[in-house]
Design a protein around this ligand. Structure first.
Ligand code: NAD
Length: 276
């Protein structure tokens, strides 16, 4: 079976470089979809309270028979659970729905700056990590200013920041800040939610390597040292997205894809102005 490379985190733990995202997988389908991902070889699952499928993910974990220490399970604190006490309570509830006694990674889902609570929430995550109930803690959708604030207030460096990142939105500034602080970058919507798969430059590279556009884009993330978590509920695509460890992009391909970066390429919300 294919072995997914592991990325070392700044706290001594390690995460598979390729995982499986489950946003928009309904809870009633999650057990079967995650079971298919496990069958193909994925061992890292990216869930969140707001996805409302932690129970289905937990059922798949329980039914899989895979030893717990071979899995890497991530979930996230939703915005309206921010604050120190609320975050501790929300974490307990997530763990309960997942049927686990620890998660590998707990993330603050969005900074939600209008609430003014992300630094307090981060302190709760530090506590959860000290208790061993999350092996690692990190953030998602944090800007450099948000990151700087939690570093200044707690000295605790998140292991990673999970951000929107794909060839049309390459986040070079934020990635440089991460590198400076030993924070890994994890790409969400790595395939641009499928929207960039008909890009002619990607199609050309795919033809050249005898691969699909999705495989080329995922390979681009891996070749850039990014951690990534593509989502699909279709068995053939779940498999296709995993078959990316037997080729590499060359310098010319990487340079071509670098030109697709677009300041207006964001698909999701801007963390600074999001009102949720
Ligand atoms: P994605 O870029 O992974 O695209 C998924 C979509 O692309 C699928 O629904 C399908 O339509 C298409 N697709 C997938 N594989 C394909 C293939 N091989 N060929 C053709 N089309 C294919 O988008 P996503 O689901 O938004 O992001 C992945 C994961 O990132 C999510 O499931 C979730 O876990 C995470 N995420 C996190 C945040 C956050 O705020 N932290 C936000 C969005 C997503």
């Amino acid at each position: 079976m294919t072995t997914v490379p592991m990325v070392d985190l700044n706290d001594g733990h390690a995460i598979p470089q390729l995982g499986f995202g489950v946003w928009q997988v309904p809870n009633e389908d999650a057990q079967a979809v995650v079971a298919e991902a496990f069958r193909v070889g994925y061992r890292s699952i990216d869930s969140a309270k707001i996805y409302e499928n932690e129970k289905g993910v937990g059922d798949a974990i329980a039914a899989s028979g895979i030893p717990r220490d071979e899995l890497f399970i991530t979930t996230k604190l939703w915005n309206d659970d921010q604050g120190f006490d609320n975050a501790l309570r929300a974490f307990d509830a997530s763990l309960e729905r997942l049927g686990l006694d620890y998660v590998d990674l707990y993330l603050i889902h969005w900074p939600s700056p209008h609430r003014g609570l992300y630094a307090e929430s981060w302190k709760a995550l530090v506590r959860i990590k000290q208790e061993g109930r999350a092996r690692s803690i990190g953030v998602s959708n944090f800007t450099t200013a948000n990151l700087q604030r939690i570093l200044d207030e707690t000295g605790e460096v998140p292991v990673l920041n999970q951000i929107e990142l794909h060839p049309r939105f390459q986040q070079k500034g934020l990635r440089a800040f991460h590198a400076e602080h030993n924070i890994e970058t994890e790409s969400w919507s790595p395939l641009g939610q499928g929207k960039l798969l008909d890009d002619p430059a990607i199609a050309d590279i795919a033809r050249k390597h005898g691969r699909t556009p999705a495989q080329v884009v995922l390979r681009w993330h891996l070749d850039n040292g990014l951690i990534t978590i593509p989502k699909s509920a279709t068995p053939s695509r779940i498999q296709e997205n995993f078959q990316v460890f037997d080729f590499k992009l060359d310098q010319h391909d990487l340079e071509k894809i670098a030109t697709l970066d677009d300041p207006a390429g964001r698909i999701g919300s801007d963390p600074d102005t999001a009102t949720f």
